[in-house]
Design a protein around this ligand. Structure first.
Ligand code: AHR
Length: 500
């Protein structure tokens, strides 16, 4: 058995853990909305056509905020289509996902659904095929109490109180060649700055997110962030990061170390934002909205999707990932990366929520159930409270093809009013690791719970036939003796330990 020793240092905290770290993303893509959260004919549908079973799982997942309605979809979206009487809403092509958009679910319905969930609405604006004026119109419709044409239209459409949306994304992945309205960093930076200034004339306290590059692997990455922020630094609060990971060519060792990439990605974007801060002598600090992250088998998205010109289905199944134990472990470690950077990553959205790249499966006319990625998200959202702590890890490493040598044990911790939560991953594919943690520095001595996600087969998954095949198990080999926590981590596992 391998061993590792962890140290917790409350004197050097990372920063407060924003509840917005446990956000998600719902896009009009595949069966995310239609057949996901909304299925009027389903036996579990409520009076608004929302599935109660899905709602229960979303609540259990502990989602705090949801980014909506895209994604790539938003760059072709006319928000006006999605409000007003349902039977007169236009039916449009969803060019991003090669399908038909009925607009049956729009702003009012989604906001009502989020109220049932108990989570914040975060809206993305179309800056791909539309501009500042349409962004202002939506802001007025959503947030002005009454007395203007658009605010009064909202009231006539059934919503007396404003939606009061605080957080707005200024477009989506604007450097992506796949994006409707793709533009250069200069053009986007100027548009984002103009739109943000205009929106702040209506409400100076909005929280605005400029698009970062679509990914750290983009040729535009780095220079895009620098240029966009050079134009928009004074006008926005966040720059976005997006990252998806998958196990490629059976290289499980590299895949399990995906959080190494996320750590570097965040640190690079922080450095770039702070470079612009220095050049501008600005007192402001830009945070990161990591508003799309997950495990996604993007390589399996049909390459001919955009070429199916005669076929525009409504809500076709897309990217309904089966999610293995290893995928769940990686999702757990990506959350740990977010916690390790809680001082600068103050908002994040797991992409997505139901059916599409999702922790929740909702079968047509059938049950809803949890995929492996559900478990680390739900537990981390429940336990990671208060302040994120720096964790020192002394232990073995291993060599990966993608990232060189990485630690076998990945860790993150939080402390909140006498309660400590510890999150641990064992990336070894063969060996258990006994982790010991001296708890004296954090003043806790009692073990409340210890839960593990693991299976002898790291590629095992929940399925329609066996939706409960994989779940969390109590970590039976966890104990505190003489102020030291000892916990044994199975190979390829994610573990959470709560102490007080
Ligand atoms: O989440 C799926 C897609 O991934 C989003 O629409 C897009 O923003 C990203 O490329």
């Amino acid at each position: 058995m391998l061993t590792a020793r962890l140290t917790l240092d409350p004197a050097r905290p990372v920063g407060p853990v924003s509840r917005r770290l446990f956000g998600a993303f719902v896009e009009h893509m595949g069966r995310g909305v239609y057949g996901g959260i909304h299925e009027p004919g389903h036996p579990e549908a409520d009076e608004d056509g929302f599935r109660r079973d899905v709602l229960d799982l979303v609540r259990e997942l502990g989602v705090t905020a949801v980014r909506y309605p895209g994604g790539n979809f938003v760059s072709g979206f006319r928000w006006e289509d999605s409000v007003g009487p349902r039977d007169s809403r236009p039916v449009r092509l969803n060019l991003a996902w090669h399908s038909t958009e009925t607009n049956e679910v729009g702003l009012h319905e989604f906001a009502a659904w989020l109220e049932k969930v108990g989570a914040e609405l975060m809206l993305a604006l179309n800056l791909g095929t539309r501009g500042t004026l349409e962004a202002l119109d939506l802001l007025e419709y959503a947030n002005v109490p009454s007395g203007t044409t658009l605010a009064d239209q909202r009231i006539r459409n059934g919503r007396t109180e404003p939606f009061d949306v605080r957080m707005w994304c200024l477009g989506n992945e604007m450097d992506g060649p796949w994006q409707l309205g793709q533009m250069s960093a200069d053009d986007y930076g100027k548009l984002a700055a103009r739109t943000a200034k205009a929106m702040r004339q209506l409400d100076p306290d909005l929280e605005l997110v400029a698009c970062g590059s679509s990914g750290a692997g983009m040729p535009t990455f780095g220079e895009w962030e620098r240029t966009v922020l050079t134009h928009a630094y004074d006008d926005v609060d966040f720059i976005s990061c997006h990252a998806y990971y998958e196990e490629k060519d059976g290289d499980l060792g590299s895949f399990l170390a995906s959080a190494t990439d996320m750590d570097r990605f965040i640190e690079t974007v922080v450095a770039t934002a702070d470079h612009v801060k220095a050049v501008r002598r600005s007192p402001r600090t830009i945070d990161i909205s990591f508003d799309e992250w997950n495990v996604w088998y993007l390589s399996k998205v049909p390459a001919d999707l955009a070429k199916r010109i005669d076929d525009w289905p409504v809500a076709p199944p897309l990217s309904e990932e089966p999610y293995t134990v290893a995928d769940g472990v990686v999702v757990g470690s990506l959350l740990m990366s977010l916690l390790r950077h809680a001082d600068r990553v103050t908002s994040a959205s797991m992409a997505q929520l139901v059916n599409v790249i999702a922790p929740i499966a909702a079968e047509p006319e059938g049950p809803a159930w949890r995929k492996t990625t559900f478990f680390p998200f739900a537990v981390t959202s429940r336990l990671a409270r208060g302040t994120s702590l720096r964790v020192g890890v002394e232990g073995p490493g291993y060599v990966t093809a993608e990232y060189g040598e990485v630690p076998v044990v990945d860790a993150a911790a939080t402390i909140d009013d006498g309660a400590v939560a510890l999150f641990l991953v064992n990336r070894s594919q063969e060996e258990e690791v006994e982790v010991s943690v001296d708890l004296a520095a954090v003043g806790v001595a009692a073990l409340d719970e210890a839960l593990t996600l693991a299976d002898p087969d790291p590629h095992a998954a929940n399925t329609t036939d066996r939706p409960d095949r994989i779940g969390l198990r109590p970590a039976t080999r966890a104990a505190v003796t003489d102020g030291v926590l000892r916990v044994t981590l199975p190979p390829v596992s994610w573990t959470a330990v709560a102490l007080h």
